[in-house]
Design a protein. Sequence first.
Length: 568
Amino acid sequence: MLQELAIHDFAIIESLELGFDQGMTSLTGETGAGKSIIIDAVSLLAGGRGSADFVRTGATKAALEGLFDATSNPKTVQVLTKYGLVSDDHSVLLQRDIYASGRNICRVNGHLVNTTTLREIGETLVDIHGQNEHQQLIHPESHLGLLDQFAGNTVAALLSKYHEHFAQYQKTQAALHKKQANEQEWAQRLDMLQFQVQEIQNAQLNAGEEDALLAERDRLSNYQKIAAALNGSYAILADETVNPLDQVAEAMRTMQGIAELDGAYHDIAGELESAYYSLQDVQAELSRQVDDLSWDEGRLDEVEKRLELFVQLKRKYGDSIDAVIAYGKKAAAELAVMQSTEADEEGLDQQVAHQRDELLALAKQLRQARQKAARELVKAIHQQLAALYMAKTVFSVNFSPLNGARLGPEGSDEVEFYIQTNPGEAAKPLAKIASGGELSRIMLALKTIFAKSDGVTSIIFDEVDTGVSGRVAQAIANKISTIAKHSQVLCITHLPQVAAMSDHEFLIQKAVQKGRTKTQVVRLDRKQRVAEIARMIAGDTVTELATQHAEELLSLADQTKAQLRAQA
């Protein structure tokens, strides 16, 4: 639900802040007062195309803000979650600045977003319908989605299963087409993978082996130096003439004799004792290393050759042995798939044919479920149209196979809404023959049916009642009021019947101050609503009779609203 709207330096609006409530709100006023400008502002907040022309003359930018409550709107929460924009209380603050230079800055809950993201979020919050703007009805490609929406879970479950099978079918079909269209490329790739996998497997690589071989090469290459150091060190420690260990032991015993006389002497004795035993350990380790020391010239050659192999493999497949091993695994997996396909091309053909048969069966089930839903939708639309004084209009849902009996992502059929406006005439596509007034009423019929499941926070009707009057005007007012039970509705209208059926009413007026045109908005109380509706009935000269008529219209509207919303 749209809770608050703030507009600054937008078109002829200098500054405007409005609060909105649940239910039906009408925006009334003279033509050109700025009613549609307010709707334009909401449209831009919902991601509509912006232009520097919207910036008020003399201003550097137009600033728009809209606060929405999305607590009961899971679609909005889902999209916000996708972009990490969810607030704790599920409120949604949309902000958009349009600069005179043409630059746009968009924010959602204080975070910068692009217009595409803003539009994706806005579409779940606001649904705007203008007198010449029945997007879904004038675009036949959207009719299938409307039918599926009406059908609900029955079609949704089948469609989900169809989507899963269709994705697998496309994947298998693409593999077959790729092989058939690129036989030479396929064979070359197969040979190359076989060579690469064999070369890497023959190397019998192990993680960490390269580091171990480098260390071993260093030891083998420096054998003389290592042998000299080990033997020399051992000889010094094991010297029988002047033995370092004996000398350290003598120093240790001497200091132990005075260790109790001073703490410092005690520490020195301890350090000498530690040094003595450490030297003993070093002497033993040197002895072991000397005993283990050996020279194998052939082993050095083996290590050098192994390391050279590593260099060649890394030059081809990666910058480390681990990367070469990973590449080998990836190549082996691709080779296995290609060899399987190579060995069973006929099986791949059969797999595609089998998957197509499964899809055709699912598409048939989808068609049957949709045709059943279409019959129910036709019945529901006719009931709504009868209430809108279009009882002789025949609405139908036309099914036709996709070109070439193709299987599409949504099934095997195209769906388009048809109408017969006059008895005896042939039914024709809705988008081609319906007038603006008829489209308005058909759209209202659909909105009435879908109002409970649409999930859109706010629905805006921009003069959809243009071109009608009398009982048709009252019927349209009743339908809009019924829709308002399930969704917040904002409605620009020039008809007193529609204004009277609203729960809240704003009067939009235009005034000239200091040579500048400004738009002002006033929330009307009951008395003011009577005066405004009387003006809508009588024009410039409001008579006492017009006032009485307006009062009666409001009273009747209160009764009608109570009855309609109790039934909805």
